[in-house]
Design a protein around this ligand. Structure first.
Ligand SMILES: Cc1ncc(COP(=O)(O)O)c(C=O)c1O
Length: 395
């Protein structure tokens, strides 16, 4: 990381931070903008926070910004604290019946699968897991793995746009079509997608889509959105029931009123999001309708190059085609396959304390102990070269 790349960010200079994927990182100017909103709030708390005074138009402005970036109608977008909350809101609202089957995948995010399992348990429904291979050769393997697990009892499915442990982009357009042609409603957990992939929900037409603002859009922690197709909006309740359930004035529709006010809260992470997206768009200016296209391309190319450097150094084949990557890449390290959890922790500690790298090292399944790299604009190729050296020494 050189000084010009690093300067706009708060990331410490004595650390090679290769884990943007977990919690994101937020530029200085965005944190300053968040503080500005917090100061305005504290100068005049009632005027700022009371929904019927000035809060709702501010939220609506952010909603319009989000809707434009994801190509959706702002009527269908509400805010949540994070993707975990978005998934919870939907699965806990589902009219599940005993005997229904809900489909998830083995690349899904543990917290969200827990939410699905709990909702299924309460209803007497079953959770079925589609086993997507990893290493993987092509998106067709994903489609086939999911198709195989669909049964006449499948009513709902949760798929990730970008998988957390394996860092691959799933063919969500095909999967949504597959779900709908089988009369299955589908939720996309897009936690990583905004700021990593171009999004067009008008074309994708998922029933539900949730994502974080604080990952690749680099908004302050904690905020995200939930999109719900108009047809299902009456059914979906927020995780927190508040004034909007029976009072006017909290939003233009019942759906939005219910989500607009989770009780007294700090809206500053949401309000600073437009500044974050403007900042990112300014880093790699792009012509055309997607103002983040230049950044997306840059980060994708860096992830691909970074992964190539490590694969070459370790003499490994690609665990997934480059076309299935966004700006994350997971590499199984064969030398670690039989490591115990204590040994895996030791690798993590050595990377952090001896080599000053921050990145996840974890067991994905019985055969794959992996590391995952992220590529954000503050990263540079030399970081992956040094990581490759460190991993060789620890293998
Ligand atoms: C696919 C996926 N879903 C959900 C989450 C949860 O995000 P959060 O903790 O912000 O809710 C993550 C976090 O990494 C994720 O990768």
């Amino acid at each position: 990381m050189n000084d010009t790349q690093r300067e706009p960010w708060l990331i410490r200079s004595d650390l090679d931070f290769l884990n943007h994927g977990s919690f994101g990182a937020t530029p200085r100017c965005v944190i300053e903008n968040q503080r500005h909103w917090q100061n305005l709030l504290e100068e005049d708390p009632i005027e700022f926070l009371a929904p019927e005074r000035s809060l709702l138009p501010k939220l609506d402005f952010v909603r319009e910004t989000v809707a434009k970036e994801i190509n959706a109608s702002s009527r269908d977008v509400v805010f949540v604290r994070n993707a975990t909350e978005g998934v919870n809101a939907v699965v806990r609202s589902l009219p599940l019946r005993a005997g229904d089957e809900i489909l998830v995948t083995n690349h899904g995010y543990n917290a969200c699968i827990n939410a699905v399992s709990q909702a299924a348990n309460i209803a007497g429904a079953a959770v079925t897991t589609a086993n997507i291979p990893f290493p993987i050769q092509s998106p067709d393997e994903v489609v086939r793995a999911i198709e195989r697990r669909i049964s006449p009892k499948t009513t709902w499915m949760l798929i990730d746009h970008v998988t957390s442990p394996t860092g691959i982009v799933l063919p969500v357009a095909q999967l949504i079509e597959l779900a709908h042609s089988n009369n299955i409603r589908v939720m996309v957990d897009g936690a990583h997608a905004p700021g990593m992939l171009p999004l067009n929900l008008n074309e994708l037409k998922p029933d539900y889509y949730t994502a974080n603002h604080h990952k690749w859009w680099c908004g302050p922690k904690v905020s995200g959105f939930l999109y719900v197709d108009e047809e299902s909006q009456d059914e979906v309740l927020p995780s927190i029931i508040s004034h909007g359930a029976n009072m006017e004035g909290y939003g233009p529709s019942k759906f939005q009123s219910q989500f607009n006010w989770p009780g007294t809260f700090d809206p500053s992470p949401l309000l600073a999001l437009p500044t974050a997206i403007d900042f990112l768009a300014g880093l790699h200016p792009a012509d055309g309708p997607n103002r983040l296209a230049g950044l997306l391309r840059h980060n994708h190319e860096l992830a691909v190059e970074g992964r190539r450097v490590i694969l070459n150094e370790l003499k490994l084949a690609e665990p997934a085609p480059e076309s299935m990557l966004g700006s994350l890449a997971t590499i199984p390290v064969p030398a670690w396959t039989n490591h115990t959890s204590v040994q895996i922790q030791a690798v993590r500690t050595a990377l952090r304390t001896e080599y000053r790298f921050e990145l996840p090292v974890f067991r994905f399944d019985a055969t794959n102990v992996c590391l995952r790299i992220s590529a954000q604009t503050y990263n540079s190729l030399d970081q992956y070269e040094r990581l490759a050296d460190a991993v060789t020494k620890l293998s």
